[in-house]
Design a protein around this ligand. Structure first.
Ligand code: NAD
Ligand code: MG
Length: 396
């Protein structure tokens, strides 16, 4: 932004909930940012609309056919945007020399390779794609350190903790007087429900989150508390914390986005309206602050803040994730893969809500944990877990 040089931004998963919010913030600051590339899986109409509005240099879709369609439409509209297809193209648009910032907002394991590519290219990496870090934890953080990438967490909880920690927090939390990370959770749409009531919930109910509007996969994860489990793992890697140093606190108002507790008794919290544009703007502008288009927090309207312990008996996914983190190695990648298959099956009406935790637990139990020292081992564990979970769904 200084001396008039605008930062070039690539948005992976531009058509999603995080991608759309990112473009909203970027468009508020044309003097600071320009869009280099926008990518989407199959949403070609949505990507076309975004290309008209944001004029990226490159647009990427998964399939050749969709890419050809978009190329034609853009040419007809007289736009210069170049259209590419496939995973290699995703990697190209993060590695490009002129790119400064990569928003990693693809959902699920599909985001791992391009997100890692952004790390290896030493970009400013805004990490929304938590599954990438959950799968590859140690390796991912090693690559961040080795290549000197600037990794800024966009998940609202981790962004809040980042804001509450001293700037240099590597080498273990204890060294900096931090005793605990308090990870807040809304509790999802089914907080307080009995296991019997949970057995009957529909995908529509699961996707109607009380406080946040999000993609369907993360909405289901929020309903099962797997999202909080993935976030626990994410927090351990991002902040060099042990699982027992991360406490999950259910806070239904979602106004406190998470906290850090210090040895002198201080607890620092970050508060705000539940709007992802706040952490996105923080990541884009760090260490500066910019307008995010978010309404100021009105504490009188909030009136009260409640806290309660999570119900791990009704929501076993949180426990499964903690156990996978403690087990280490490929276990978190297996947990994530089985969960992705389970969520797809639930959303497609092929399995009930309780089946999600069951499928994840079965898959974890039947795949031996291996040390996750290289990407090949992680990708293979991911593939095997998917295969095993899909297979079990078919045979059931
Ligand atoms: P979404 O489903 O709304 O959007 C996903 C985006 O990724 C879309 O642009 C889609 O086209 C693209 N995509 C999907 N599958 C792909 C594939 N196989 N290859 C390439 N691109 C693909 O999801 P979202 O809610 O925006 O979430 C994105 C990520 O951010 C997730 O990892 C989620 O956990 C994380 N996150 C989201 C929120 C939120 O409020 N939505 C909050 C915190 C973290
Ligand atoms: Mg979150």
């Amino acid at each position: 932004a200084k001396q008039g040089r605008r930062l070039a931004v690539t948005v992976l998963g531009a058509t999603g909930s995080i991608g759309t919010s990112t473009l909203d913030v970027v468009a508020r600051h044309p003097e600071r940012y320009r869009v280099y590339a926008l990518t989407a899986h199959r949403s070609r109409e949505a990507l076309l609309t975004q290309c008209r509005r944001h004029r990226p240099r490159v647009a990427v879709l998964d399939g050749e056919e969709d890419a050809a369609w978009l190329r034609r439409e853009l040419a007809e509209a007289g736009l210069q945007t170049e259209v590419r297809a496939g995973v290699e193209a995703l990697v190209e648009v993060v590695e490009a020399d002129e790119v400064d910032v990569v928003m990693a907002a693809i959902v699920g394991a599909a985001g791992l390779l391009p997100t890692l590519a952004a790390v290896r290219a030493a970009k400013r990496v805004l990490l929304a794609n938590k599954e990438a870090l959950v799968m590859s934890g140690a390796l991912f953080m090693d690559e961040v350190a080795r290549h000197g990438a600037l990794l800024l967490p966009i998940d609202s909880e981790h962004n809040a903790i980042y804001q509450c920690l001293p700037h240099e927090h590597r080498g273990g939390l204890g060294q900096h007087g931090v005793t605990q990370l308090l990870l807040t959770a809304s509790g999802g749409p089914f907080r307080g429900w009995t296991p019997e009531a949970l057995a009957t919930v529909t995908p529509e109910q699961a996707c109607a989150h009380p406080n946040w509007s999000m993609g369907r996969k993360i909405s289901v994860d929020s309903a099962t508390l797997m999202n909080k489990g993935l976030e626990l793992i994410e927090a351990c890697w991002l902040f060099d914390a042990r699982p027992e140093q991360v406490q999950v606190v259910v806070h239904p108002q979602s106004v406190i986005h998470s906290m850090a507790a210090y040895s002198d008794g201080s607890v620092l919290a970050q508060l705000g309206n539940p709007d992802m544009r706040t952490p996105i703007a923080y990541g884009l502008a760090w260490p500066e602050r910019i307008d995010a288009g978010v309404e100021a927090l009105d504490l009188f309207q909030v009136a009260r803040l409640d806290f309660e312990a999570p119900d791990e008996a009704a929501f076993p996914c949180l426990r499964l994730a903690r156990e996978a983190m403690v087990a280490g190695g490929t276990a978190p990648a297996v947990l994530n893969a089985a969960n992705e298959i389970a969520v797809d099956a639930f959303l497609a009406g092929r399995m009930g809500f309780a089946g999600i935790a069951e499928l994840v637990e079965r898959t974890l139990a039947s795949l031996p944990m291996e040390p996750a020292t290289d990407l090949g081992t992680i990708m293979e564990a991911n593939a095997r877990a998917r295969h095993m979970a899909s297979d079990w769904l078919k045979r059931r």
